[in-house]
Design a protein around this ligand. Structure first.
Ligand code: GCO
Length: 458
């Protein structure tokens, strides 16, 4: 981080890959798991591409030992996965499901036996259905429900797990779940309600941090994993850099796009207050926000996780305001139609670190490709290698300007891509859903080499 030192990735960099429970586990009716909102949502005709669901997914629940061996073969140093709240607390609160606990214990032990560091996410969108029926994120009691769940996680797993993330992408579970209704539970709530939910979710995050600290069996490293599209400057001129920074932390209008931003979700957690711009813009929708709430929300954390997939190119406009630079015709994009913008992995972490001063982990980054098993029986994914090399090259550069501790590729393996079902393949490991056969894609071998050399050739 010193001005002149160009050092690249730190020696103990956490090279990893990520998944989430509903997207890979399957076994939705097994061993006492309760129902969550995705179990219910996916059963409704027309909600998900091809009417797919996560009932079986990658059958990771039964095949995790094989999957850990594949991680080992890839040389992964870290694995980010999530716990399904309804698997350990079937009703969200109260009764504990020992078999669910046993599953995660076995997974954690298997990872450690193979020298892979577990990074655990508490909430990757599996809201227990019983809690949803009691109001879910709208009910202020969720702060304590989530705290109870975090306590259980700390008691059961923190003797061996050191790294925890509380919420994954609150922007999405509020925005897609309750604003546009594309994700579970498929609700289009009044905007006022979604601010209330967001506030409760941030308080629940704070309560979970307290519980993890209090019941943690070692010194835990606790973080948060929001998402956002980053902004990067068109040129390195000071005014363009300033414009990109301003655009990154600015807030959308008070409409149904409001959740897509960084600062409403991260300023209160890291800086202890909501951004002034939002307090003004969103005034008529805001719930009561007290000093006490903000104290809880800003309970100190140790690391900042950020999911980064792409960004917008920004320059300073003639009117002195940031303006977006249109993409050229034929601009590269991924199979899911997201733009390929490697610069976001330099400027994103740099701007975030400037503002929040916390060690950063890229908790997700990756792409979907049209992967197939070729005639030679292998899965060639040159686009994934090219994308990841470009993005990691930018992240390497960012390591000189910010404290960056790890990178988790999304995803370890192809999996259930929410409303897109199994139509999008994000994995470095191919999954044939008919047979559950796994095949390491070319990118998995490529990544192994990157890990072994700590990104030297990037
Ligand atoms: C998300 C989710 C992942 C997605 C990935 C690709 O962050 O949206 O965390 O579960 O699968 O981002 O869309």
């Amino acid at each position: 981080m010193s001005e002149n030192k160009k050092s690249g990735f730190p020696v103990d960099f956490a090279w990893g890959a990520a998944t989430s429970s509903y997207q890979v586990e399957g076994a939705v009716n097994e061993d006492g798991k309760g129902m969550h909102i995705w179990d219910v949502f996916t059963k409704e005709e027309g909600r998900i591409w091809g009417n797919h669901n996560g009932d079986i997914a990658c059958d990771h629940y039964h095949r995790f030992r094989e999957d850990v061996q594949l991680m080992k073969k890839m040389g992964l140093k870290a694995y980010r996965f999530s716990i399904d709240w309804s698997r350990v607390l079937p009703e969200g609160s109260g009764k504990i499901n020992e078999k669910g606990i046993a599953f995660y214990n076995a997974l954690i032990d298997e990872l450690l036996k193979n020298d892979i560091e577990p990074y655990v996410t508490l909430y990757h969108w599996e809201l227990p259905y019983e809690l949803y029926k009691r109001g879910g994120w709208m009910n202020p009691q969720i702060v304590e429900w989530f705290g109870e769940y975090a306590k259980l996680v700390a008691e059961q797993f923190s003797d061996r797990v050191k790294y925890f993330f509380t919420l994954n992408e609150p922007q999405c579970f509020v925005g897609l779940g309750f604003v546009n209704g594309d994700h579970a539970p498929g609700v289009q709530a009044p905007i006022r309600d979604t601010f209330e939910m967001a506030h409760n979710a941030l308080k629940a995050h704070g309560r979970a941090v307290q519980m993890l600290r209090q019941y943690g069996k070692q010194n835990l490293v606790i973080g948060y994993a929001p998402t956002a599209s980053m902004c990067y400057p068109e040129t390195e001129r000071e005014e363009d850099i300033a414009a990109a920074r301003e655009a990154l932390f600015s807030l959308p209008p008070a409409g149904r796009e409001w959740t897509w931003n960084v600062s409403w979700w991260s300023d209160p957690v890291l800086l202890g207050h909501y951004p002034e711009e939002g307090i003004m813009k969103y005034e008529k929708y805001l719930p009561k926000i007290t000093e006490e709430d903000l104290k809880l929300i800003s309970e100190p954390i140790d690391m900042y996780g950020q999911n980064i997939y792409n960004g917008r190119c920004i320059r300073m406009g003639k009117d002195g305001k940031p303006e977006e630079v249109m993409r050229y015709e034929g601009f590269p994009k991924t199979a899911i139609d997201w733009p390929v913008t490697p610069e976001c992995l330099y400027w994103g972490p740099r701007f975030l670190y400037e503002r929040y001063r916390k060690p950063i982990y890229i908790t997700e980054n990756g792409l979907s490709c049209h992967d197939v098993i070729s005639l030679d029986g292998k899965v060639h994914d040159p686009n994934r290698i090219d994308f990841t090399a470009r993005y990691l090259g930018q992240l390497k550069k960012a390591c000189d300007d910010a404290d960056i501790r790890g990178y988790f590729h999304w995803s370890l393996m192809d999996n259930f891509e929410w409303s897109k079902g199994y139509s999008e393949r994000f994995g470095m490991i191919y999954v044939d859903y008919r047979t559950q056969e796994r095949i390491l894609k070319d990118s998995a071998y490529w990544y192994k080499n990157i890990i072994e050399t700590n990104g030297r050739e990037l």
